[in-house]
Structures are given as structure tokens and as C-alpha cells.
Ligand binder design. Structure first.
Ligand SMILES: Cc1cc2nc3c(=O)[nH]c(=O)nc-3n(C[C@H](O)[C@H](O)[C@H](O)COP(=O)(O)OP(=O)(O)OC[C@H]3O[C@@H](n4cnc5c(N)ncnc54)[C@H](O)[C@@H]3O)c2cc1C
Length: 406
């Protein structure tokens, strides 16, 4: 691997592995460093799942991985429903000329399929489990020092670019001196598979309950995956409850109108609680360092956007670097990286702000914001052009998405 042709990716989670795969497919040599090993994992009922839009699906199709992913736990959803204060906004894929609106996918399964793929690529070199202690950026590249500390360097990797894909607590971001803002929502999300009175027919359903947004996402066996984001003091009161009492608390929050057509929750399996934070880097590029995925931005889960944004970062980076493959000049590098930084900062900041303000509105005193939210949903439900614009943005296929996603 020559340093000019090599790109270094720190973090081999879904965003990092996808970035590595796209860059390798475009002709770059890639070195991936992750502190975890890459293990195969078959889908398990209690896996954490995420909703991925059509833009993300197109990224995996572009990599030739979609049919392999479909062998595991992937559930399409043709319908999406959002409710607040008795008002409802419904999206049907066929009304927008789409086969479906998105998919519910297990994160460990995504990671396993990506690991299998990147392990098989001749132009991807894996360093995992491995740690790094420092890096040095020059005008035309980066040297990354592997090993537990600067005194014990086990290997030095040289490349033309360092991609920080190392998650919300990104040490790459910190070492590069890229400022970031973090907001602790003081909320926790309850997640886990639930059984409802009737099977979920493929609806990504969400209601803004008085405590916070509660989503039921379809799973392969007619079950749903719950994501209920509530203030930490409420979560603390609920987290040690036995499962049947927790089910009662959730059903009480749903109120007099059960989710349609699933009905009330009958059972919850292995509930987990996740603390919720928003975080955004002020820049996504500094010299020969770029950030992708949660290292660059993490958002409240109420819109199911976090990983979708990361996958679009990966595709955008590969697209921006395409001209550099043909013209390996300093000018081409500068232009490509600046384009990536501007494009994804504006796109992900807009998404993050929108999600942030929906959450803030929901938590305004006396439920006033919830009424406003309900009225906004009802208005959007009556206006097809608004629904069309929302669905294109939410599924990652609008005009601001990378070319392979549109
Ligand atoms: C409750 C909840 C629900 C969510 N639902 C959705 C959803 O429906 N849809 C959606 O799109 N998103 C959703 N998200 C967001 C989504 O889970 C994240 O955006 C996504 O998992 C981030 O992936 P990533 O690869 O960027 O980061 P990570 O998954 O954090 O991966 C980072 C990788 O970097 C490695 N690493 C870290 N530090 C180092 C280091 N120093 N050296 C080497 N390697 C390192 C780690 O081992 C890891 O492999 C949700 C989040 C939560 C909390």
C-alpha cells in the first residue's frame, strides 16, 4: 500500500465499515483500525435495531450487500404513522411511488455482514482489535501510531487521509482539535422487542406520549421493537420494575387509544435503557482529517435518523473523493475535502436542529408544544407536497443526498 493511495479509517462500526467498503470499491487502499475485533454474529431476537431509509438501502445495494443483509433480520415497512394529541400523519409508500419507506435492521447483523465483506477485500487491511495513541497530520497526509501509548508504538500507518468513524466519543475528533457541542437531553430510551395484541403488519408507528415519543418498529415475527424516550427521573423509577409492571406503565402512557392495529403491549423482552445526547462537531473536516457518523453528529432517536446520516456521510465522502483518484494534486484534495465538509455539515446540522426542536417543542410546559405538534401533523397529512418533501428527506433520497442514494 502506498501512502498516497491509502486512506485510514478509525472505527469499524457500521459507518466506518461502510465508509471503508465504499472507498475500497472506488479504488482506494484502505486501512481500518478498531479497538473491537470483527466477529460474525447471526441475528438474535434481542439485537438492537434501527430504522434505515431508502438512501441507506441504496448504499448497501451499491456495495452488493443488500441480498446478503436480507438473509438476516430485515423487516421492510411500507407505512409510517406519527401521532400527537389525537392528530395523525400517515405515509404510505405507494402514495409516493416507492416500494417501501424503509427497513428495520439489527445493528449487530449489519456489522457482521459489513465485517464479512471488508475482510474479503484485497485492498482493505484490518487492524482489529487495535488501539492507536496519536496521529500527526502533514500537508499531504497523516501518520497514525498504533499501540497503547506514545512510548509503545507497535506500528505506524501512513495515509493521505484520516477518517474518524469512532462514534460519539470520538478521540479522533478530540485529537484533531475539532470543537464540538454536546447536549445531554436528560432522557433515556427504553428499547427491546415487544409482543402486541395483534401482529405489527409493517408499520413504523410513533406517538408523542406525555412523557416522550414512543415508537413501535416492525420485527420479522409480527413483534415490534419499542423505543420510548422519557425523562431520566421517570426512567430511574421504571428501570427496576418487573417486566409485567413495565408493560403496564407503557400501556398507561399510550392512554385510551391503543396503537392501531397492533393494540396494547402484552409482553416486553430484555428491556434496555439508553441515555440520550445530542452532539455535533463544529467542522467535519480539518486538513487531512474528516469525521463521519456519530463522530461528527449524534441526534435524538425520535426521527430514526442517526445512522442514516452516517451512511450518507460515507457515500458523500466517497463521491467527493472520486475526482482525486484521477487528479492526485494538492488542489484536488483541498477542493474535495472542503466540499465534503461543507455539504455534510449543512445537511446534518439542518437534520439535527429539526430533530432537536421537535424534542424541545414536545417538552414545553402544559403540553402546549404537543398541541402545536399535533396541529402540524394534521396540516402535513392534508398536503401531499409536504408529505412528499418530508418523506424524500427522511428516507435519504432527496436532491441533497449523495448520487448513489437519489
Ligand atoms: C435508542 C436509539 C435508537 C436509535 N435508532 C436509530 C434508528 O432507528 N435509525 C438510525 O438511523 N439511527 C438510530 N440510532 C442512532 C444509531 O444507533 C447510531 O447513529 C449509529 O449506531 C452510530 O454508528 P457509528 O458507526 O457512527 O458509531 P459506533 O456504532 O459508535 O461505532 C464506532 C466504532 O468505533 C470504534 N472505536 C471507538 N473508539 C475507538 C478508538 N479509540 N480506536 C479504535 N476504534 C474505536 C468502536 O469500537 C466502534 O466499532 C439510534 C440510537 C439510539 C441510542
Amino acid at each position: 500500500m502506498s501512502a498516497d493511495d491509502t486512506l485510514l479509517v478509525v472505527g469499524g462500526g457500521v459507518t466506518g465499515a461502510t465508509t471503508a467498503a465504499l472507498l475500497a470499491q472506488a479504488g482506494w487502499s484502505v486501512a481500518v483500525v478498531d479497538r473491537r475485533g470483527f466477529d460474525m454474529h447471526s441475528p438474535q431476537p434481542n439485537d438492537r435495531v434501527v430504522a434505515l431509509g431508502l438512501g441507506a438501502q441504496r448504499v448497501f445495494k451499491h456495495l452488493g450487500l443488500w441480498s446478503r443483509l436480507m438473509e438476516g433480520a430485515v423487516t421492510p415497512y411500507p407505512t409510517m404513522v406519527v401521532e400527537a394529541k389525537g392528530h395523525r400523519l400517515t405515509f404510505h409508500a405507494d402514495a409516493h411511488g416507492l416500494p417501501e419507506l424503509g427497513f428495520i435492521v439489527s445493528i449487530p447483523w449489519l456489522e457482521a455482514v459489513l465485517a464479512e465483506h471488508i475482510q474479503a477485500q484485497e485492498n482493505i487491511e484490518l487492524h482489529a482489535p487495535a488501539t492507536w495513541s496519536d496521529f500527526k497530520v502533514t500537508d499531504d497526509g497523516v501518520r497514525l501510531y498504533l499501540g497503547p501509548n506514545p512510548q509503545t508504538v507497535t506500528e505506524t500507518l501512513s495515509g493521505a487521509l484520516l477518517v474518524g468513524a469512532d462514534g460519539a466519543g470520538s478521540a479522533v475528533r478530540q485529537r484533531a482539535g475539532i470543537e464540538h457541542t454536546a447536549i445531554d437531553y436528560n432522557q433515556q430510551a427504553l428499547i427491546g422487542p415487544v409482543v402486541t395484541a395483534r401482529p405489527n403488519p409493517g408499520i413504523a408507528w410513533q406517538r408523542f406520549t406525555p412523557s416522550g415519543p414512543l415508537a413501535l418498529l416492525p420485527l420479522p415475527n409480527g413483534q415490534s421493537s419499542i423505543v420510548w424516550s422519557i425523562p431520566t427521573h421517570e426512567a430511574s423509577a421504571h428501570r427496576s420494575l418487573p417486566p409485567d409492571e413495565l408493560v403496564q406503565v407503557v400501556n398507561d402512557a399510550l392512554g385510551a387509544t391503543p396503537p392501531d392495529p397492533m393494540g396494547l403491549i402484552q409482553a416486553i423482552d430484555a428491556p434496555q435503557w439508553w441515555p440520550l445526547k445530542r452532539q455535533r462537531a463544529h467542522r467535519l473536516q480539518q486538513g487531512r482529517v474528516v469525521l463521519v457518523g456519530d463522530a461528527a453528529h449524534s441526534v435524538h432517536p425520535l426521527a430514526g435518523q442517526g445512522l442514516n446520516l452516517g451512511l450518507l456521510d460515507a457515500a458523500a465522502l466517497a463521491e467527493c473523493l472520486q475526482p482525486v483518484i484521477e487528479h492526485r494534486t494538492t488542489g484536488a484534495w483541498t477542493q474535495a475535502l472542503a466540499r465534503y465538509g461543507r455539504w455534510r455539515l449543512s445537511n446534518t446540522t439542518a437534520a439535527g436542529e429539526g430533530i432537536h426542536w421537535i424534542n424541545a417543542l414536545h417538552h414545553t410546559p402544559m403540553g402546549l408544544g404537543q398541541h402545536a405538534l399535533g396541529l402540524a401533523l394534521a396540516a402535513a397529512n392534508r398536503a401531499w407536497p409536504i408529505r412528499q418533501a418530508l418523506i424524500k428527506r427522511a428516507t435519504g433520497i432527496d436532491a441533497d443526498a449523495p448520487l448513489i442514494c437519489r
